[in-house]
Design a protein around this ligand. Structure first.
Ligand code: SF4
Ligand code: SF4
Length: 467
């Protein structure tokens, strides 16, 4: 393992620093942040999920039964006190536990977890019978060097090797949506698509699909290719905020209601990612948490989002990156079995909770880390997550008129120091703009950082909040 591990530097070289998946993956597997650990506190009275109660959905093509909960292997646990070594014993334990509870869909990619996810997943799964799980992985050839046929083919074969399997159950063209030029360059002009279609015919790829992040026009063109390629499934972002508000929050995003309806029209099953919107739907302002709890005191706040994502019948499985056992147990409790939301409950989330979240006017950062690493070391997502958290808790210092200004000012500055080291704070941003094109939420990152920096400077200059 140690010998095979690739360094962060080689990994960046291999996949290209700043590419969508590279950045996400590099940062996606660090030890849980404070917010995740706080969320774990919610589960302290957690009960054991029942065995033998998992809800399954049928794949219309293969007729196989897929568990409604899928394991996303993009945020694997790390060894205590390590930033680079994955905790294989814990990964094995969590996979075993998930499978004992009926989970059978496991999703990875060559670029997750600094390029180590497939290997860790392969080790964990090799201890189980091949017939007991479905493995999904991706052609993550973001870097232009990997658009060449030989390189893309090598990536595909390497996935088989790392996963220790001789066929893949689900294979995805990873993160389609930027432009048709990119789609054609990565898959069509180089002959890779023809190759994958032959691999599907030969049975080494049992289901072929794509994951989508991006523009509606690209989705429309690629989904229209169904007539030619016969997509067996498509992976989309779906949650109760994105259902109707994705496009309102960010002009480059497409509402999940549209994406899902297009798949339904063609009878294509949907695999769901981001059911919790990067944890945002589990870390709501306290008053919204209280409101959801009052509707169902037994369920966690996250379980509302999971049940929402799993309720539509055209959903094959809902992926969750479960770093901690508490998350895994909670999700199993939501899906063993899934109690679908009623129409009234769906409307309650769509019309009331989602609207209130939109009204918060948070910076729409879902902590995906696609903008990372910043060449100047700025911890962009940590700054935005911290800002949103203070805003949602009502503890953002508001200057003149804020009767608790001194307390809020102190809290903000001290907590920022705790979560973001000084050299990674907004004042070190040189406004180069390199991060911005990578943000799927179309956040004007340098502008937002400058606004936060101005606020911090003003807090430092003005301890009493006077005009
Ligand atoms: S604009 Fe700021 S945060 Fe973005 S890459 Fe440049 S220095 Fe980093
Ligand atoms: S700023 Fe954008 S790219 Fe960066 S973590 Fe937030 S949502 Fe993701």
């Amino acid at each position: 393992m140690a010998k095979k591990k690739i360094s962060r530097r080689s990994f960046l070289k291999l996949f290209g620093a700043g590419t969508v998946a590279t950045a996400a993956t590099l940062a996606g597997c660090k030890k849980g942040n404070k917010a995740e650990q706080q969320a774990a506190n919610e589960y302290k009275n957690q009960v054991e999920p029942p065995v033998g109660q998992m809800t399954y959905r049928e794949n219309p093509k293969t007729k196989e039964k897929v568990s409604i909960l899928g394991y996303g292997m993009m945020r694997l646990p790390m060894k205590p006190d390590s930033d680079s070594e994955f905790d294989q014993d814990m990964i094995n334990k969590q996979i075993d536990y998930a499978m004992e509870h009926g989970l059978n869909y496991i999703d990875t990619s060559p670029v997750y977890c600094q390029g180590q996810s497939e290997r860790c997943t392969g080790i964990a799964l090799s201890r189980h019978k091949r017939s007991e799980y479905f493995i999904a992985t991706k052609l993550s050839n973001f870097n232009r060097d990997y658009w060449a046929f030989d390189k893309a083919k090598e990536m595909y074969h390497n996935s088989l090797k790392e996963l220790q399997v001789d066929y893949l159950d689900y294979y995805l063209l990873h993160a389609v949506g930027g432009s048709m030029e990119e789609f054609n360059g990565r898959y069509v002009d180089n002959g890779m698509m023809d190759y994958l279609l032959k691999e599907r015919e030969a049975g080494r790829i049992r289901n072929l699909g794509f994951s989508f992040h991006g523009k509606k026009s690209v989705f429309d063109e690629v989904i229209a290719l169904h007539d030619k390629y016969h997509w067996d499934f498509v992976q989309i972002e779906l949650n109760y905020l994105d259902w109707d508000y994705a496009n309102e929050i960010s002009k480059n995003n497409v509402d999940a209601s549209y994406l899902y309806a297009e798949l339904q029209k063609r009878g294509i099953p949907a695999v769901i990612m981001e059911p919790l919107l990067g944890g945002r739907l589990a870390n709501l302002p306290q008053y919204l948490m209280t409101e959801l709890k009052s509707h169902d005191p037994e369920r966690s706040v996250a379980s509302w989002a999971f049940r929402y994502a799993g309720t539509p019948e055209g959903v094959l499985t809902v992926l969750s990156g479960m770093t901690y056992m508490e998350h895994l147990r909670d999700n199993l409790l939501s899906y063993c079995p899934l109690k679908p939301l009623s129409e009234q409950e769906m409307r309650y989330l769509d019309d009331e909770i989602a609207q209130k979240i939109v009204g918060l006017e948070n910076i729409p950062c879902n902590d995906c880390k696609y903008c990372m690493p910043c060449p100047y070391g700025i911890d962009i997502p940590a700054i935005f997550v911290h800002y949103n958290k203070c805003k949602n808790e009502g503890s953002l210092p508001m200057g003149v008129g804020d009767s608790e200004y001194r307390k809020h000012r102190r809290q903000y500055l001290i907590s920022l120091e705790r979560v973001v080291p000084r050299e990674r704070q907004p004042d070190h941003c040189i406004q180069c703009g390199q991060c911005e094109p990578h943000c799927p939420q179309s956040i004007h990152i340098p502008r937002e950082l400058r606004k936060i920096d101005e606020m911090i400077e003003s807090l430092k200059r003005n301890p009493d909040g006077v005009a």
